[in-house]
Design a protein around this ligand. Structure first.
Ligand SMILES: [Zn+2]
Length: 258
């Protein structure tokens, strides 16, 4: 059984094919999906869709890359919103990339959301781009007791270990399928089996050989195969380990939701 721990199946690009895609995923043994939020105007839609698809798990939050025009007051009802089936808060974090708001502003949103996660004892889904050390500082500053995932992790082994020590697992996706991604592959080789989960980030982050195409959770099977080759383990073992890791980090995963 496979699980996609980070995919945006609520996005409009899936509207035409969501039903069929979900059927194909289930048929291929991909049984659960974590769909984190991006902007507050879509929280309602996310909840609505999750009621149609019992295999979905959802998180609410404000994605750092989409903060333009966002108000801190949108977070006033995040805690209440989370009562509607959230197993985590996310995706939240810091995106140090052209086109994003200043890190100072992003940090304010991030810290507020971490504080809410702490008060609800919910794990978090972290989006960090060129900002691992700053994200780590924020997690330490708030003193988050729960862990979560560091989505699309692409940092060093030392950075990985620091997150693992805080109770996080690293989201491993399409990046490791690229032959040139030697550093990411070396880090993946060195991680111990309790440290990672599998994800696709659909519709983004297409696998090697599929550049320019829309990604779907079906590619989790290829991600798992690549991880197995890189780690020199059986693909079944990869599936079992990532599932165990997921349940440890998201204890509400199987709590009868909605
Ligand atoms: Zn995402």
């Amino acid at each position: 059984m496979y699980i996609d721990t980070h995919c945006h199946l609520d996005f409009d690009v899936f509207d035409e094919q969501r039903e069929e895609l979900m059927a194909r995923c289930l048929g291929a043994g991909i049984k659960h999906f974590l769909v984190p939020a991006t902007v507050s105007s879509r929280w309602g839609r996310l909840l609505e869709l999750s009621k149609q698809y019992p295999e979905w798990r959802i998180a609410y939050g404000l994605h750092p890359y989409f903060l333009k025009g966002a108000e801190l007051s949108e977070l006033d009802n995040l805690a209440t919103q989370c009562e509607d089936g959230a197993i985590a808060i996310g995706e939240i974090g810091l995106d140090n990339w052209p086109g994003s708001l200043s890190l100072e502003v992003q940090r304010e949103f991030f810290i507020r959301q971490l504080v809410i996660a702490k008060s609800l004892a919910l794990p978090v889904v972290i989006h960090a781009r060129k900002s691992y050390d700053l994200v780590y500082q924020c997690l330490r500053q708030v003193g988050l007791k729960t862990g979560g995932t560091i989505h699309a992790f692409n940092g060093s082994y030392e950075q990985a270990q620091r997150f693992v020590e805080l109770g996080f697992v690293l989201g491993i996706g399409g990046t490791v399928t690229y032959p040139r991604a030697k550093k990411a592959q070396r880090v993946l080789q060195a991680l111990d089996r309790q440290s990672y989960v599998l994800e696709t980030d659909s519709p983004d982050m297409p696998l090697y050989g599929f550049q320019g195409q829309m990604n779907t959770p079906l590619s989790i099977l290829e991600v798992a195969k690549s991880v197995a080759i890189i780690r020199n383990e059986e693909v079944e073992q990869i599936a079992v380990d990532s599932y165990d890791n997921l349940l440890r980090v998201f204890p509400k995963w199987h709590e009868g939701l909605l």
